[in-house]
Design a protein around this ligand. Sequence first.
Ligand SMILES: Nc1nc2c(ncn2[C@@H]2O[C@H](COP(=O)(O)OP(=O)(O)OP(=O)(O)O)[C@@H](O)[C@H]2O)c(=O)[nH]1
Ligand SMILES: [Mg+2]
Length: 457
Amino acid sequence: MSRFQKLQHQTRDVIHRGFDRHIRLAVTGLSGAGKTALITGLLEQLLYANETQQLPYFKVKQQQRLNGCRLHTSSNWQVSRFDYEGAIDCLTTDVPRWPQSTRDVSEIRVEIKYKPHRGLAGRVLDTRRLTLDLIDYPGEWLLDLPLLKLSYDEWSQQQQRLLKAELRHKLAESWLIKVQTAANAASEDKPEQQIRELASGYRSFLRQCREQKLLLLQPGRMVLPGELEGAPALEFFPWPLSQPIPDAWAKRLREKYRYYQQHVVTPFYQKYFKHFNRQVVLVDVLQALQNGEHHFAELQLAINELMKSFSYGSNSLLKRLMSPVIDKVALVATKADSIAPQDHQKLTDLLRVMTQKQRQELQFDQIPHQVFSVAGIATSQIKKLSNGTTVLDGINESREFVRVGAPEVPKAIPTAADWQQGYIYPQFYPGFTAQNSPLPHIRLDQLLEYVLGDKLK
Ligand SMILES: Nc1nc2c(ncn2[C@@H]2O[C@H](COP(=O)(O)OP(=O)(O)OP(=O)(O)O)[C@@H](O)[C@H]2O)c(=O)[nH]1
Ligand SMILES: [Mg+2]
């Protein structure tokens, strides 16, 4: 693209932002939360909005004011386009499967063309356009954002607290012994090499944590390095012991951490996360319930840490132009198709309890927010049998038909006895064909209306 074209493109974006015609939606969620599936589902519903009866709560469509939606590459031409078509292919080929876990950043832009409903715009303009930008990225990298607000010593203290939890402690045991032994013998001689070895041990520990489905894994690039594989930028680790860091190491560890903050996390934040003005926080509550108490607690902690990384406030004209802030938040429990519809409310309530602290903060700052339970791509069929029981029909990993009794969702945070008993939820696979377009979902219309509706009037 020529410099002139680029400038034109950017100017148009700024004008759109000024006129409130541009939503950059932060789809925030840890790895496996369902970001890629949700983005695919949202695009699918928008693109087929006028062909489907599936969107009763999306007012612009219900009021027959929607001309249509079109996909574009994003204005950021250095980033690959989100592979919507590839995702749909995966879900609808001969052997349908879920799209793979995301390995890099991608963006997509949707242009929504509609007839204004009211006000001056309604009288003067035939049609208007709203631009929606969506960004997909590996969930692992998201957890780097909280590091921007922590010094090396603060981060180390936080990690020390986490390491006290039973499962983490067990996984870290051999690494901790190595750190202790090396620290006792630390000298000014070859500290780089010792740090490199211990950083590699820390990385193996993080990978084990991931295998055990633990969630708060930092730094994210150690879990999924991308282009940083083998780079010296990753040669550090949080100080895990209560004894002070040996002098020989302190300067280097803090230096490496700062480098990581400044040269890895800050550009990532500035390039992709700074200009969001709406947010959808995705939480896989069901998976956390299934994985047990530790995971559930870590998930709560991770959501808390993550939400501190975004700026919330009111988007005045000047702010919209200069540095927009998030002015509306949807807190979303995903994969609601794994439970019976009569339990969706319980799932929503549970997420409400889990995010109480964050909601109070949003409330205090007067940021509109709402809690939902949705399925980006709904894979199960609900049936009520003649004996009154509700079952879910779906397809398993071996592509066989399965029928499971609707699993229970707790009304509140589980008690010790509940955890003992445990929770199991079905993991359905997609079983669609190209004829199924638009793919089924649960409550994406309500989510779309909440996130976009006020800008489509
Ligand atoms: N039943 C059901 N399962 C879902 C849904 N969305 C996602 N899943 C499951 O969750 C897995 C992870 O979903 P993704 O959309 O890839 O999650 P992600 O947040 O993009 O994860 P990363 O790319 O690793 O950051 C999928 O492979 C599916 O098994 C849904 O709406 N319903
Ligand atoms: Mg993904």
